[in-house]
Design a binder for this molecule. Structure first.
Ligand SMILES: Cc1cc2nc3c(=O)[nH]c(=O)nc-3n(C[C@H](O)[C@H](O)[C@H](O)COP(=O)(O)OP(=O)(O)OC[C@H]3O[C@@H](n4cnc5c(N)ncnc54)[C@H](O)[C@@H]3O)c2cc1C
Length: 495
């Protein structure tokens, strides 16, 4: 048999880990990773707090991690998936350590484990407050060492090609520098395209997080589930510039920071007995409520009572970024707001990372596996991406289908046109999503927003027809994702 074509879309923790596993087991196969900007432009590189795993087997147990995950997900997690992920965590972490990820250790050389909201034990492995950056760096370096992994940057996937037998045979992609659209044939195609925080006006996600994988899978007929469970992180720096708000990690609250309102009063205990260490949905809802009743724009993180030296050595990036924005964490209250952070739902996959379309896999944040229920437990997402990248890789290695290469390149009706600014449309969409998200349980209002989104789509299509350029492709995808979030809220209300 000819060597199969494996295409992985996305160069975050999910995509690269999957590629490494296939590459090592089959050095004769070529794996192409395509990514729409540089290889490092991912959500992964912004992960601060770390990755959850039971490594301290004296004080912690997988059972506790399983219970914490299910409690955070409001009892709506798929227990078999939770068990699978938690029980595979330690082996995947050992692989990361072998690849060279320098997780922090305490003076005796044991892994230093942090505590985050919703966890009943310290179990967060971290590298200071830039864990994701280190993981991304190490994984990319490993990928570069393997000649059978080809990293194709500035290639934006536009759409999947699925035949009448529901087999995914490849993807149409745009080379954004050459401005050329081509078709890439694949025997196995893996979506590892990350999240969609950019659909909202206030987000911690980088600009690449426009939900392209979800939108492509939706257009191709894959099942998309529970997108309405979008997690807002309680503490994004209020004043950070640009579309991506800087995150003040949960680990800072785990370390002892308080959340106070404009009167300097700690308020989260009024909403949950765990106070600042309640799960994210509870803390975010408490902040939104506090903002509603006070009419203020933000609440504050208070670190003034903490040991500044120790805090700076544990969270250097956070301390220095606050400083850059004019806040001295030693003396000042740090203004924060909740921001769209993590997509708990997504492309439905089974325990092998397979979608309902043959040959199409999905891993990482773009998926709905059943792990998170209605609210992800902190630091479980890097773990999920890692575990599912391995399981999908194993399945591809043993079940590679040999679909025939389509005899001719299937016709694609869109063509490249000179880019225009589409900011006006995306701004409107993002504002609507911030508004509609807070009233998702009101189906009449939600239907009204769906109607508005449909009209916006008609306007965009009337203006650009079959034209295509990178920002327009992202806008079209964000429109699809926004509508799916609202439609899922109406059609899949019960998880
Ligand atoms: C600020 C921040 C802090 C976080 N902290 C933590 C934490 O401490 N612990 C934790 O567990 N999780 C954390 N998360 C969440 C976690 O980082 C993500 O869930 C995880 O990194 C997702 O990995 P991924 O591989 O699925 O996607 P990503 O890392 O987002 O990678 C997606 C890739 O797909 C590419 N792509 C997207 N669309 C296309 C397209 N059309 N064509 C080609 N390429 C495309 C992107 O360019 C990118 O390379 C944090 C997230 C943020 C934003």
């Amino acid at each position: 048999m000819q060597h199969p074509n494996i295409i992985i879309i996305g160069s975050g923790i999910a995509g690269i880990s999957c590629a490494l596993r296939i590459a090592d087991k089959h050095p004769d196969w070529i794996i192409q990773i395509i990514t729409k900007k540089t290889a490092r432009t991912t959500n992964t590189r912004y992960a601060q707090g770390g990755i959850a795993a039971v490594m301290d087997t004296l004080n912690d147990t997988p059972e506790k991690h399983i219970l914490d995950t299910i409690e955070s997900g409001k009892g709506k997690c798929d227990e078999k998936v939770v068990r699978y992920v938690v029980e595979n965590a330690a082996s995947r972490i050992h692989e990361l350590i072998q690849y060279g990820v320098p997780f922090d250790r305490n003076p005796s050389g044991e892994l230093a484990l942090g505590l985050e909201g919703g966890h009943s034990n310290p179990r967060i492995l971290h590298v200071k407050d830039y864990t994701g950056l280190e993981i991304e760096k190490v994984l990319l370096a490993q990928a570069r060492k393997r000649p059978n992994i080809k990293m194709l940057t500035y290639i934006q996937a536009i759409d999947l090609y699925v035949n009448e037998k529901k087999q995914c045979l490849g993807a149409y992609v745009l080379d954004t520098r050459k401005k050329e659209i081509t078709f890439l044939h694949a025997e196995a195609l893996v979506l590892a395209t990350g999240g969609s925080g950019q659909v909202f006006d206030v987000t911690t996600n980088p600009t690449v997080a426009t939900g392209d994988g979800v939108a492509m899978a939706h257009r191709a007929g894959a099942e998309i589930m529970y997108m309405q469970y979008f997690q807002f992180h309680p503490t994004a720096l209020y004043k950070s510039k640009g579309r991506q708000k800087f995150l003040i990690s949960e680990a800072v609250r785990g370390y002892g920071a308080h959340l106070v309102n404009s009167q300097g009063k700690r308020f989260v205990f009024e909403y949950d007995k765990r106070g600042e260490l309640a799960t994210r949905d509870i803390v975010s809802a408490a902040i939104f409520h506090e903002l509603d009743i006070s009419g203020m724009d933000c609440v504050y993180i208070d670190c003034r009572h903490l040991d500044y030296q120790d805090l700076s050595s544990k969270f250097p990036e956070i301390v220095s970024t606050c400083h850059r924005y004019g806040y001295d964490i030693k003396k000042d209250l740090i203004p924060v707001v909740p921001a769209a952070h993590y997509q708990c739902g997504g492309i439905a996959v089974d325990l092998n990372g397979q979608t309902c379309l043959q040959g199409l896999y999905a891993i990482g944040e773009c998926t709905y596996t059943g792990l998170h229920g209605t609210n992800r437990l902190a630091s479980n997402s890097l773990l999920e991406a890692l575990v599912y990248s391995a399981t999908a890789a194993e399945h591809i290695l043993t079940h590679i289908p040999s679909f025939p290469h389509p005899s001719s390149v299937p016709h694609f009706s869109y063509s490249y046109i000179k880019p225009h600014s589409v900011v006006r449309y995306s701004r409107i969409l993002r504002k609507w999503m911030m508004q509609s998200f807070r009233s998702l349980n009101n189906s009449a209002k939600t239907k009204e927003y769906i109607q508005r989104i449909n009209e916006l789509e008609i306007e965009v299509n009337a203006k650009y027809g079959n034209g295509l350029f990178p920002a327009l492709t992202e806008l079209r995808n964000m429109i699809v994702v926004a509508r799916v979030i609202l439609e899922n809220a109406i059609n899949q209300p019960e998880l």
